[in-house]
Design a protein around this ligand. Structure first.
Ligand code: GLC
Ligand code: MG
Length: 679
């Protein structure tokens, strides 16, 4: 949300919509159900339905993400403007973002935050079984989503160089030239140096009641009670250094606890061993470990430590980022931290402290002493930290670098192919035509049709729906010098492509892949007379096609019946008394078109559909506005008399133009009622 606000505050940015999941659940705040929340001028938090209404942990969201993407498309239609950039944060958003980016023709930017391969390795190192990791974290799906996202992304924004080396480099789609390291910012209004006359706070009282000489410099550590945070070695370093013990107190803020015995196992183990160390070195009176603190106490703790000329320490075994280091630096507190990714970058930028080896307790003690002993140096580090954070780790700074990177991207043609955005979210009606025998056949009629669409005062989308495959579709469109349509439904509705990018709709393929067994189907079909498999390029993953001899072949009903007896399922489509197509039962030109309507948010009445033969039948029926051109093939005769199917006397594109006039399709759209009257 902080990033969203910072981006929206920039003059180059018109608007930022932050899309997340809508949740209705008594266990979470009612605000999570709010569909739209304004964050700042030009910045909105949008919550979209995604699967069940209740709260779900992120690992079980995967099956619902397609629905999130669909709702995002509807939302974009509602806004009426296709975004210029989609930035996905984390693997699940990456999955959605990759889909949206290819559907809309908009560049994708990705920030992984943490990546699955690294997580899997760490869990595995800790002794977790691969099967457990898989069940609990759905890690394979996450990694695959990350691979796909990286493959699709035009740019990746990482927080540190180390993240690039240790996390992204592990992926098949690692392309370092696409990665930009732009560290995140912190909310600087929360973290600032102490004022001269600071007030006593309740957290100060809570800390000081542990200490014999609270005014001494304060070594502050704030970290979860987690093995990896290495707090035990910090206590050892302190306990074993008489000098350190004499010059400073140690304050450890490790989460909140009520009853130690009821803490979760990992945290309890860490805490109990800390207490034992404190007891063992007899550190009573010089180490504080408050039971409770509130989020608003954190800035006060940094300030208190700064006021007492102390130091912030983060001795974690590894530290990819280290937000607390930046917060303490912003508060004017010098830092001592593990020599690892995040701290290295921070100290390089800020020059406000020392790096340590987290396993070397003497080294830790020495560094802490050095940081506090020399007063001139302490003041230098204190102010270096404040300046450095403002320069390198503020959200306005981040937003500025981000815009610069995007601008550069837009200028280099190789990395950002000048995409033509998908128009579908902005059209309010759509003409979908069969190609052979409908759209093509009469040049003059076609010219007239194209002119009428072009000069329409409404945004009209244009699509074709054909039995041809995509290559032969593109070929014939080119032959007739037609522009590339917004949508191409090909192979009798078993494939869908969008726009000039010719982006395949993969969700559609996945959706129709149901009870489809092409090998068995082909086998059974061999028993029928009068059928001959068409050439190889007419056979597609989701379409089996035959040329037929109408005199010899059995009826479509007989074929369907025979298939069902074998427990085989297919949609059997007969056209022009010459072709027979088998498709998955969820595929057809008609279903593909309805899917388009749902996906892109257009009601059936906003579609005018034109055809001439049997493979157009399904898309002509239903609530869409149908037009059968004059040169139609006899199998469509049975559609006569339906209110929403207009039979034109004119042939080819002339018939389409006639149908458009009949429905006033480019005007106010007249929808005939069941008696055939228009309303
Ligand atoms: C097109 C396709 C063919 C299909 C026919 C009917 O001609 O190339 O494979 O059988 O349409 O749908
Ligand atoms: Mg046709």
């Amino acid at each position: 949300m902080e990033l969203t606000r910072a981006l929206a505050a920039r003059g180059e940015v018109g608007r930022v919509d932050l899309l997340t999941r809508q949740i209705f659940d008594r266990k979470v705040d009612a605000g999570y159900a709010e569909p739209n929340e304004s964050l700042a001028t030009g910045a909105n938090l949008i919550r979209l339905p995604c699967g069940p209404r209740r709260y779900l942990r992120k690992e079980v969201l995967w099956p619902h993400l397609d629905s999130f993407a669909d709702h995002a498309l509807q939302y974009i239609r509602q806004v009426g403007r296709v975004p210029d950039i989609i930035h996905a944060h984390y693997a699940d958003a990456g999955y959605v973002g990759a889909q949206l980016s290819s559907l809309l023709g908009v560049p994708l930017i990705f920030t992984g935050h943490s990546l699955g391969r690294d997580k899997m390795r760490r869990l595995h190192d800790r002794g977790a079984k691969i099967s457990t990791i898989e069940n609990q974290y759905k890690i394979r799906q996450r990694i695959e989503a990350e691979e796909q996202t990286l493959e699709n992304a035009t740019m990746i924004v990482a927080s540190t160089q180390q993240e690039v080396r240790d996390q992204y480099a592990d992926y098949d789609n690692y392309q370092p030239e696409r990665i930009n390291v732009i560290p995140p910012g912190i909310d600087l209004s929360r973290f600032c140096p102490p004022r001269k006359k600071a007030q006593r706070s309740s957290i100060q009282a809570n800390v000081d009641r542990f200490l014999k000489a609270p005014e001494k410099p304060m070594i502050l550590a704030i970290a979860r009670a987690d093995e990896r945070k290495n707090l035990g070695n910090l206590v050892k370093a302190y306990g074993e250094s008489p000098k350190l013990r004499s010059i400073a107190n140690l304050v450890i803020v490790a989460g909140n606890r009520d009853v130690v015995a009821r803490m979760d196992k990992g945290a309890r183990k860490v805490l109990v061993s800390l207490l034992a160390l404190i007891d063992g070195y007899d550190l009573y009176g010089s180490v504080a470990y408050p039971k409770h603190h509130q989020p608003e106490d954190i800035p006060l703790l940094y300030q208190l430590a700064a006021q007492r000329r102390g130091v912030f320490v983060n001795p974690a075994l590894t530290e990819p980022f280290g937000l607390t280091l930046i917060e303490s630096a912003a508060s004017g507190l010098p830092i001592v931290a593990t020599n690892d990714g995040g701290p290295t970058d921070i100290i390089r930028h800020c020059n406000n402290g020392l790096l340590i080896d987290p396993l070397d307790t003497h080294g830790i003690a020495d560094a802490l002493i050095t940081a506090m002993e020399d007063s001139a140096q302490w003041h230098r580090w204190s102010s270096n930290g404040v300046d450095g954070v403002h320069r390198h780790f503020s959200w306005p700074g981040h937003a500025k670098s981000y815009i610069k990177a995007i601008t550069k991207l837009a200028e280099t043609q190789e990395t950002l192919t000048p995409l033509r955005k998908n128009r579908l979210p902005t059209v309010d009606r759509m003409l979908v035509c069969d190609i052979d025998g409908t759209l093509l056949g009469d040049r003059l009629g076609l010219n007239q049709l194209l002119n009428e669409i072009r000069s329409s005062r409404h945004p009209v989308g244009f699509g074709v729906a054909t039995g041809r495959n995509i290559n032969s579709t593109l070929e014939v469109l080119d032959e007739w010098k037609l522009p590339i349509p917004d949508v191409m439904i090909t192979c009798v509705g078993s494939e869908i492509y969008y726009g000039e990018q010719i982006t395949k709709d993969k969700t559609w393929s996945r959706q129709i892949d149901y009870r489809w067994d092409p090998i068995a189907l082909r086998q059974i079909m061999k028993r029928f007379k009068g059928l001959k498999l068409q050439s190889r390029d007419s056979q597609r993953p989701y379409k089996i096609s035959y040329d037929v001899d109408p005199k010899k072949m059995p009826s479509v009903r007989e074929i369907v019946h025979a298939l069902r007896l074998q427990n085989l399922h297919a949609k059997v489509i007969y056209s022009h008394q010459a072709y027979l197509d088998l498709l998955p039962i969820r595929a057809s030109k008609g279903l593909a078109m309805r899917y388009l309507g749902m996906k892109w948010g257009l009601a059936p009445e906003r579609f005018l559909v034109a055809g001439d033969s049997g493979n157009d039948e399904e898309m002509l029926c239903g609530d869409t506005l149908g037009v059968v051109v004059g040169n139609y093939s006899p199998e469509l005769d049975r559609l006569r008399g339906r209110s929403r199917i207009f039979f034109s006397d004119n042939e080819y594109a002339n018939g389409i133009v006639d149908g458009m006039n009949y429905y006033d399709f480019l005007g106010d759209i007249q929808v005939p009622d069941d008696e055939g009257k228009t309303t």
